[in-house]
Write a protein that binds this ligand. Structure first.
Ligand code: ADP
Length: 294
């Protein structure tokens, strides 16, 4: 089983002619309301790929919570460890201009209140894979990782969005997943080269680097693997990384060998690029299966 300890948001997006300058008001014709947050997106990606998934998160006691949870509920993501908080449900305010450039303001809300203690004992154990991102307090993610490791489970962290990682977190990780920008930021913080083998050695865990339209690579147990990207017409790359991470975790959880897990994750990331939005673009197990290179 995969246990996601992470964020839950509602995304409000408005298409505008141009992005507002400070003090300026711009008007758009309407707006979209979409469930989001990296924790929720990755939980859904893993669930759609066929894994049993529980999400440990906090939401507000407000109308946004129901909207943020709708897709997860429908897909059968376990929500028994979801806690309500006095703070509002996390919310991202997104403006997108004609050229696809965006401006995003995120109100963390209840995500800031998530605590390692929210992770129930029942979700810890040797057959569990804890999936972490960087949208909830890093010290709480570290403590959650400690608890999962003490119980004999595995831990995968996706360093997104890029942020400093507490030094004590690294030794708790089995897997670290970064895109190229996050790899550079991490190498800067750690004072090492951003070359994957050097970074993996410094981190002391297995490392996955996603390379956008060039696929991904892994450094694990002193070996290196490379996977290409699915040949697609990319329409919207939102949540490509979330699809990749969720599906990679689902494959690891199912006991698939690393090269196969990489292939599935890369196909899922590519499929997510062919469809607009975040959660609606996450592929199902059957879609991944059908698109796997023969
Ligand atoms: P992020 O979305 O976190 O920045 P990437 O851009 O590296 O991460 O994308 C994650 C994965 O999605 C890639 O490893 C690849 O498998 C897939 N992907 C991303 N962009 C494309 C693309 N243009 N064509 C095909 N696959 C893509």
């Amino acid at each position: 089983m995969i246990v996601v300890f992470g964020s839950l948001n509602l995304d409000l997006s408005v298409a505008v002619e141009h992005l507002p300058a400070p003090g300026e008001t711009v008007r758009g014709p309407g707006y979209g309301v979409h469930p989001g947050g990296k924790g929720a997106n990755q939980a859904l990606a893993a669930r759609r790929a066929g894994a049993a998934v529980a999400l440990v998160a906090r939401c507000g006691r407000d109308a946004f919570a129901g909207l943020a949870l709708a897709e997860l509920r429908g897909a059968g993501v376990g929500l028994s460890a979801l806690a309500e908080d006095a703070a509002p449900t996390g919310c991202a305010l997104i403006a997108v201009d004609r050229r696809g450039e965006n401006q995003i303001v995120v109100a963390s809300g209840a995500n800031e209140a998530l605590r390692a203690g929210d992770l129930p004992e029942a979700l810890l154990g040797p057959d569990r894979l804890l999936l972490l991102q960087m949208e909830v307090p890093p010290a709480e993610s570290r403590r959650a990782a400690e608890r999962m490791r003490e119980a004999g489970g595995r831990v995968l962290l996706n360093l997104a969005p890029a942020a400093p990682l507490p030094a004590e977190t690294l030794p708790l990780l089995d897997w670290l997943v970064v895109n190229e920008g996050e790899a550079r930021t991490l190498a800067g913080h750690l004072g090492c080269r951003d070359e994957p083998a050097a970074l993996a050695a410094r981190c002391g865990c297995s490392l996955l680097v996603t390379l956008g339209a060039d696929g991904a690579l892994a450094v694990a147990g002193g070996r290196r693997w490379r996977v290409g990207a699915l040949a697609v017409e990319a329409r919207d790359t939102t949540a490509a990384g979330d699809a990749f991470v969720g599906v990679f975790a689902a494959a690891l959880d199912a006991g698939r060998p690393l090269p196969e897990a990489l292939r599935r994750a890369s196909v899922a990331g590519g499929l997510a690029c062919t469809r607009p939005g975040a959660q609606p673009s996450l592929p199902t197990a059957a879609e991944i299966e059908a698109a796997l290179p023969r």
